[in-house]
Design a protein around this ligand. Structure first.
Ligand code: ZN
Length: 688
């Protein structure tokens, strides 16, 4: 159906980014919601428990949202405006409500169970079975299978938990925002980098509503926000001030009006009860039920293995810091507020280069071009510019098509320059359109690659830091999984349906290539002179990757172990508090005793206000797997083109092709011919 008046209602081709206006949102989304509501009600009153009778119609429900709603989410990120935000906010609660209602429909749930239990189940293929399995699992986790008192209690708990997590987050934000430490003595700022001087001075002016502060002469306002406190702890030469700030940082939201301590106890208690209602022993078991990791014990095994391997190196790294601190004239023994500072001094001494120095060697067009060439080589596809063939939201946006054996298989947008007034920061990947079948024809996937490089000026291209280079490889890894899918069911094509702890496998896999010298060579070269990246930088880049690797690893393990313990063996009604658990773990993970009043849990929003409850380990899990996969390429020899190509094809046909349609552990084992191992990650981090 064509609706020339409202581009959001055109359900074909690529979303009309050139025509979409904020005023289109409300009428289009209202209409889509109304029709979807009608269809789902019809479906519920007439359940036909078959693939074509139930699953197909459910899948087709999502299509109008793909055109009317998901482009709005994208535009909010890249072309934000007050009008767009207002129109989006008007409709968002309604869309969320509809998706909850669809996911929690009892008739549909019963229909899914009926399909699973009928004799025709075996006629379905594995992808279809997986789709139904995932739908049943998600519905079950949202309490659909419960009835009577259990259901009532489940809903009460869910409501309270959602309120608690909002309060938790607000407490963290408020206590972070409210704290300030004003510095007025210029001598106290010795050694600060320019952008810290700038930020702290800006912060002073905006908070005090004045313009009397300058970066050179102050005053400077130090806050607990990451862009300020992180460089402060690394560079402030005032040891007493570092102590003061670190203590303030690790006691955020732990008392007074923003006290998160009682919330933590309550959240853990409710989560345990919620898991029990769904038939799980603990909340960690519930979390793992929808993850790639097979069991809670397997997660602990992985964390312990990494810990045991890293611990001796962590102690050695600490000794190196003690040495440079004493050379630098510090007489007191190292404390927690010293490690960041001396680590930075040691880094300067060992590597002696700045991010800025490297930028001229990484012009963005060259980086992208090299990355596309690597992709073509590894996965046997061809990437062609196709500007003008798809609508764009900004003239800087580029459009590409991806071909395999002469046939188009996908396309993607790149939007890589910063536009601070309307675009969010950082780099990220997003789905534009899923691969799916419409009227018997495959519709190809489209994805976005977004970044925030400095826009080119005249002849001067956008110049990237090495960090930005690895980030763009990372995001393109997500893009590849979104594009090279061969699955035709939208629910599990591309990155859809991929388990949380497996989502980062393809992205981190791509990052590894940045450290391989021939690739590093193809993506670098001085933008003006063409001079290759000097050898000493190549060496240093590889070394900075493993600098203080054990300390960084153990810090993440402390978080992961604490999270997992609190959601499994910990008894919320027992003698020990959550803080005791953290202290007990921190005594193992820290080289010197933890601060007695370290209440970092009170600001651990990932697990108390975000989606990482009993899931923080996912970061390490995916890192272990992606390093392991990369090691298969190392084993055949990265210089061995024909063997690398053969493996690349295999990777393309497994991880990239299957996406969410097959359980990731199965894909992994088929690719590697064995269980995952931590060895490669430890070797890459120089921890063996
Ligand atoms: Zn990622």
């Amino acid at each position: 159906m064509e609706h020339p008046d409202n581009p959001l209602l055109v359900c074909e081709g690529i979303p009309r980014f050139d025509l979409i206006k904020p005023e289109h949102i409300e009428p289009a989304v209202s209409q889509v919601l109304e029709q979807a509501e009608k269809k789902i009600t019809e479906l519920e009153s007439n359940i036909e428990p078959t693939w074509s009778g139930l699953i197909k119609p459910l899948e087709s429900l999502s299509l109008p949202f793909e055109y009317a709603w998901s482009p709005i989410g994208h535009l909010l990120n890249v072309k934000n405006s007050k009008e767009l935000r207002e129109e989006h906010q008007k409709m968002q609660p309604k869309v969320v409500q509809f998706s909850l209602r669809a996911g929690q429909s009892r008739p549909i749930y019963d229909g899914l169970i009926a399909i699973r239990d009928c004799p025709e189940w075996d006629d379905l293929d594995d992808h279809q079975k997986r789709v139904i399995g995932l739908k049943i699992r998600d519905a079950k986790h949202s309490g659909v299978g419960l009835s009577g008192d259990a259901k009532k209690r489940f809903n009460e708990i869910s409501t309270e938990l959602s309120r608690l997590s909002t309060d938790f987050m607000n407490h963290v934000l408020d206590s972070t925002k409210t704290y300030e430490f004003i510095i007025t003595e210029k001598t106290d700022t010795e050694g600060w980098p320019n952008n810290l001087l700038q930020l702290a001075s800006q912060s002073y002016n905006s908070e005090k509503k004045t313009d009397e502060s300058t970066p050179e002469d102050g005053a400077w306002r130090i806050t607990l926000e990451a862009p300020v406190i992180v460089p402060f702890l690394k560079h402030s030469r005032r040891r007493d001030q570092r102590e003061k700030l670190l203590r303030a940082y690790s006691t955020r939201a732990d008392s007074g009006e923003w006290d998160n301590q009682p919330l933590i106890a309550r959240i853990l208690l409710l989560r345990k009860e919620l898991a029990a209602l769904l038939g799980f022993d603990c909340f960690a078991d519930l979390s793992i039920d929808s993850k790639m990791a097979p069991t809670v014990a397997a997660v602990f095994d992985m964390l312990d293995e990494l810990f045991n391997a890293s611990k001796p190196h962590q102690v050695k790294e600490f000794n190196d810091l003690e040495k440079i601190a004493s050379e630098g004239g510090q007489v007191e023994p190292l404390n927690h507020w010293d490690t960041g500072f001396w680590s930075e001094r040691l880094k300067e001494k060992l590597f002696d280069f700045t991010d800025e120095e490297l930028r001229p060697y990484f012009p963005m067009p060259k980086v992208l071009d090299g990355m596309f060439k690597l992709t073509e080589f590894l996965f046997g596809v061809t990437i062609k510019e196709a500007d003008g063939e798809a609508p764009v939201w900004n003239p800087d946006v580029k459009y590409y098509k991806v071909y395999e054996a002469g046939k188009q298989v996908a396309s993607f947008y790149t939007d890589v320059y910063s536009r601070p007034a309307e675009k969010r920061g950082g780099a990220w990947m997003d789905n534009c359109l899923d691969r799916r079948v419409i009227d018997g024809k495959v519709r190809l996937p489209v994805v976005y690659l977004n970044a925030n490089g400095t826009p080119p000026v005249g002849d001067k291209p956008s110049l990237m830091s090495f960090d930005e280079v690895t980030t763009i490889f990372h995001e393109f890894g997500h893009c590849l999984q979104g594009m090279l899918t061969t699955v035709d069911i939208a629910d599990v094509s591309g990155i859809n349906g991929v388990e949380w702890d497996a989502v980062e496998i393809c992205s981190q896999f791509m990052e590894n290539w940045c450290y391989h010298e021939p690739i590093l060579r193809t993506i670098s070269g001085h933008w003006e002179t063409g001079e290759p990246l000097p050898d000493h930088y190549v060496e240093k880049l590889r070394k900075t990757r493993v600098y203080m690797a054990a300390s960084a690893m153990v810090r993440q393990l402390e978080f992961g172990l604490t999270d997992m313990t609190l959601h499994s063996s910990f008894d919320p009604e027992g003698e020990e508090t959550a803080f005791d658990v953290h202290q007990r773990i921190a005594e193992k993970t820290k080289v010197i005793p933890p601060l007695k009043d370290d209440h970092f849990l009170c600001a651990f929003s990932h697990i108390f206000a975000g989606g990482y409850a009993a899931g923080y380990y996912s970061y390490k899990w995916a890192e272990v797997l992606s390093a392991d996969l990369f090691s298969a390429f190392e084993e055949v020899g990265l210089e061995n083109d024909s063997k690398v190509k053969r493996l690349g094809k295999q990777f393309r046909e497994s991880f990239l092709a299957l996406g969410g349609s097959v359980e990731p552990m199965k894909i992994f084992k088929e690719f590697m011919g064995r269980e995952p191992s931590t060895e490669a990650l430890l070797r890459h981090s120089d921890l063996l």
